[in-house]
Design a protein. Structure first.
Length: 125
């Protein structure tokens, strides 16, 4: 049985204003980034929320945050092209995967972006 949207997901969510603060941009820019597929957002309890671990904190040191920012949009595009809705993409990112040392695609994205993108591409075939 496939996990449902209530079975898997991040441990922490951000609202759009919180994401804007973390990214050091205006709220309208976060909405545009979601619309353009650069960020993943879903509606929870009537509020648009973003998985906190998939929103890079650009106010802190670069390194892993820039890696996440650079690769997240590409993976989201691949998932979208494979027909995944934002809810389905969220489930894919957070479904436990024993073949990844980090446990989920979301956790592995910072360290193994090429591997995660390859796995997402395989979904389209």
């Amino acid at each position: 049985m496939e996990p449902s949207k209530t079975d898997v997901g991040p441990t922490e969510w951000l609202t759009v204003p919180e994401a804007a603060e973390r990214l050091d941009v205006r709220v309208t820019r976060v909405h545009q980034m979601v619309k353009n597929g650069a960020l993943l957002a879903v509606r929870r309890d009537g509020v648009v929320r973003l998985p906190a671990d998939l929103v890079p904190d650009l106010r802190s040191e670069a390194g892993q945050n820039s890696n996440l920012a650079r690769h997240l949009a590409g993976v989201l595009t691949v998932l979208h092209d494979a027909g995944y809705s934002p809810e389905e993409a969220l489930t894919w990112f957070y479904t436990p995967d024993s073949t990844l040392p980090e446990g989920t695609a979301a956790a592995a994205l910072r360290e193994r972006p090429t591997e995660i993108k390859r796995r997402a591409q395989a979904l389209g075939f």
